[in-house]
Design a protein around this ligand. Structure first.
Ligand code: BEZ
Ligand code: FE
Length: 294
């Protein structure tokens, strides 16, 4: 029997997939095996290093529960989540290339702190819970031709004034809500000016980042998920322009088009007519959604 050598194992595995019925699965597995073997050969991985890798992945799995997804954090911090987002966006842009209209709003990572079923609020409501620095978020949702999208669900969530999300603190929802755009596609709500914060660092991914000589921080951002019938769902953030870490987001999620000025205003009347007895910020951002591709 011909014996397999270092350079042969990958092809031997691939050759065993002759009976595979799913062409896409076969394509993905072929490439995975090819690249995984090439990686091991390139670094000449030792048995101890391989076992350390297996232990790391085991611990990553054990750290996961309903509220903590350490594998997503691993994908995020290795830039893989953002690569997948960017690939999807490039695919969409290609499909749209023939059609007239503006470029759609860029997407970014969802992160682990989305909590479905946030309370439904009225436009203009304050979800800031009296925390942090009050900020009026407002703008318009249109399609790529500039037509307003009425009734678009705008799901928003952020950390508190110290950068902690409700899920990290307990079982009560806070600083998150769903709004619906009005007939002209407008949305507005009050929350806080988000601060930079560290991604969870008390698990294997935190240890990996430390060993890589990396910090854990994300620049301040408000998460937004927009969902309207007949349009692709958009998962994105708006980033605070003067926030630290815009240049070194721990999860590589920053897109230049999502960086927004948060001008500060003296106490007085806000643009939505609310009377403010302390300084406040405003953040204006217009979203453009892509027509459904399916
Ligand atoms: C977030 O922005 O909430 C987030 C994203 C990726 C990893 C951790 C947190
Ligand atoms: Fe976040």
């Amino acid at each position: 029997m011909a014996q397999l050598e270092v350079s042969d194992f990958a092809q031997a595995v691939i050759d065993r997939m002759g009976e595979c019925k799913d062409a896409r699965f076969k394509q993905v597995m072929t490439s995975l095996v090819k690249h995984a073997h090439a990686f091991m050969r390139e670094v000449d991985l030792t048995p101890d290093e391989w076992m350390a890798g297996i232990q790391f992945l085991t611990e990553t799995g054990k750290k996961c529960d309903e509220k903590r997804q350490e594998f997503i954090l691993l994908s995020d911090t290795l830039g893989i989540s953002m690569l997948i987002v960017a690939l999807a966006q490039a695919r969409g842009a290609k499909a749209l290339a023939e059609q007239p209209g503006e470029r759609p709003t860029e997407a970014t990572v969802q992160g682990p702190f989305f909590w479905p079923g946030a309370p439904q609020k009225e436009l203009g409501d304050d979800i800031g819970a009296g925390l942090g620095e009050p900020t009026l978020y407002h703008g318009r949702v249109t399609d790529t031709s500039g037509r307003p999208i009425a009734g678009c669900v705008v799901d928003v969530w952020s950390g508190d004034e110290g950068g902690l999300y409700d899920m990290q603190k307990g079982d009560e929802m806070s600083l998150r809500a769903q709004f619906r755009t009005d007939k002209d596609g407008n949305y507005r709500f009050w929350s806080i000016k988000p601060t930079y914060y560290p991604v969870p660092g008390d698990g294997p991914v935190g240890r990996m980042l430390d060993k890589m000589g990396r910090h854990l921080n994300r620049p301040g951002h408000m998460h937004m998920m927009l969902d309207a019938p007949g349009h692709e769902k958009l998962v994105t953030h708006i980033f605070v322009k003067d926030s630290p870490y815009l240049d070194s987001d721990a999860v590589f999620g920053v897109r230049n088009s999502l960086i927004v000025e948060f001008p500060k205003h003296a106490p007085g009347k806000a643009p939505d007519g609310r009377s403010m007895d302390k300084p406040f910020y405003t953040a204006k951002y217009d979203f453009r959604l892509v027509p459904s591709m399916r």
